[in-house]
Design a protein around this ligand. Structure first.
Ligand code: PBG
Length: 430
């Protein structure tokens, strides 16, 4: 009998129990690599392992001096061989009350008794394949630290970016999303730099696709990094964000990103009708293979503060409440989800993450589409700050927060912790 294991092409196929200390994942060993059939399946990216039951007992050849029949006869005759005794009952501390045990038909703690049992019954898993790593890029050659987001940098698109992507791929994170820091001189009220085919984002996409053809590149579709007003859309003189005119620009932006090689364009602007319009624009230009991840339920949240510092993209006036959703609203997320679904979105995103677990669960239950959660800058920075101040255990809180997003129903998670968490899952320490 032979069983076949199909191994994912990334270096980290899956990950062990959540409450084990080091989250060690299944790392390909050198012998697996050797047996992986790469040569016999040349040209294929899947690795095929065949394990034959008959080949499995090398190593424990023991001397046999009694036949099975003799062993059985000895037991039947009452001469069973010795086995270790049942261990004594562990002592309780002095003073423990002596009581009659409660008569309980259910003791849920039975299934939590040992690490092995807990691992068996763990309902949710998390793997580096679930992460999308957001990366900030700029025109500079050096990487500059982002004050409000410890551990995050504006990466030089030619060097730092490529190195960071290589590090992420090493631990199984093969999806990234790009956010550009655009020079002020290129910003304008109509954000036209957003669809410059030779702009920072298209250049970075082309470079990354050249170096890592199988990297999955998500892009952000919104005008804010390119808008002199710092808004996601075009601002009329009375302060109104113009919907349909903005959508026109977003379509050009999405097409330009697709032309550079983006795999998934992600409108984060919350204009009405943008998903359908972008789908039609992509299809008209021959990009029907490019996916749309819609920021379906994006709330007007104060948790975006550090991100806006990172990109210097704070709105010059006012707030984003006429397009982003009111944090008090739940049912409204369904209206957005139905619209995005009918307009052809491939993935629905909820943002922020942890404070909005109910919305993630809502969309998970109401839609068959994959759900993404964005653990935003403020969530990241709070965990980092709590860790630095030694108020919480940064690594454990990080892993727990990501697991909770998965439990709520997120298939993928956009998180600045992607690299750190994936290293943890692989049993690597920084
Ligand atoms: C803008 C955009 C924002 C984020 C992602 N895309 C900020 C905003 O809406 O002001 C926030 C991400 C984060 O805080 O980590 N289109």
């Amino acid at each position: 009998m032979a069983s076949t294991i199909l191994n994912a092409p990334c270096t980290v196929p899956s990950v062990k129990g959540f409450d084990t200390q080091n989250y060690s994942g299944l790392r390909p060993t050198s012998s697996l690599r050797f047996n992986s059939g790469r040569t016999s399946f040349s040209g294929r990216s899947q690795h095929l392992f065949v394990v034959k039951a008959s080949e499995r007992h090398e190593g424990h050849v023991k001397k046999v001096d009694m036949s099975i029949e003799e062993c059985e006869a000895a037991v039947v005759a009452g001469n069973a061989p010795e086995a270790p005794p049942v261990p004594p009952k562990p002592a309780a501390p002095v003073g423990t009350p002596v009581i009659q045990p409660l008569q309980l038909s259910r003791r849920p703690r039975r299934n939590r008794r040992s690490p092995a049992l807990r691992a068996s019954f763990q309902e949710t898993s998390i793997s580096p394949a679930n992460f999308v790593y957001p990366l900030f890029i700029h025109e500079g050659q050096e990487d500059t630290p982002i004050g409000a987001m410890p551990g995050c940098y504006r990466l030089g698109w030619r060097h730092g970016l490529v190195e960071e992507v290589a590090k992420a791929r090493d631990v199984g994170v093969n999806s990234i999303v790009l956010f550009p820091k655009v020079p002020d001189a290129l910003k304008s009220p109509t954000g036209d730099e957003a669809y410059n085919d030779n702009g920072l984002v298209p250049r970075a996409i082309r470079l990354l696709k050249d170096k890592f053809p199988d990297l999955v590149i998500y892009t952000d579709v919104a005008l804010d990094p390119y808008s002199s007003d710092g808004h996601d859309g075009i601002v009329r003189e009375d302060g109104v964000i113009m919907n349909d005119e903005t959508v026109h620009q977003l379509c050009k932006q999405a097409v330009s990103q697709a032309r550079a090689g983006a795999d998934v364009v992600s409108p984060s602007d919350m204009m009405d009708g943008r998903v359908g319009a972008i789908r039609a624009a992509l299809d008209a230009e021959g990009f029907n293979h490019v996916s749309i991840m819609s920021y379906t339920a994006k709330y007007a949240s104060s948790f975006y503060g550090p991100f806006r510092e990172a990109l210097d993209s704070n709105p010059r006036f006012g707030d984003k409440k006429t397009y982003q959703m009111n944090p008090a609203n739940y049912r409204e997320a369904l209206i957005e989800a139905h619209a995005d679904e009918s307009e052809g979105a491939d993935i629905l995103l909820v943002k922020p993450g942890l404070p909005y677990l109910d919305i993630i669960r809502l969309l998970r239950e109401k839609s068959p589409l994959p759900i993404a959660a964005y653990q935003v800058s403020g969530e990241y920075s709070m965990i980092k700050a709590g860790g630095v101040l030694k108020m919480i255990d940064e690594e454990r809180v990080m892993m727990e927060s990501l697991m909770c997003l998965r439990r709520a129903g997120a298939d993928i998670i956009l998180t600045y912790f992607a690299l750190q968490a994936a290293r943890c899952l692989c049993g690597e320490k920084r």
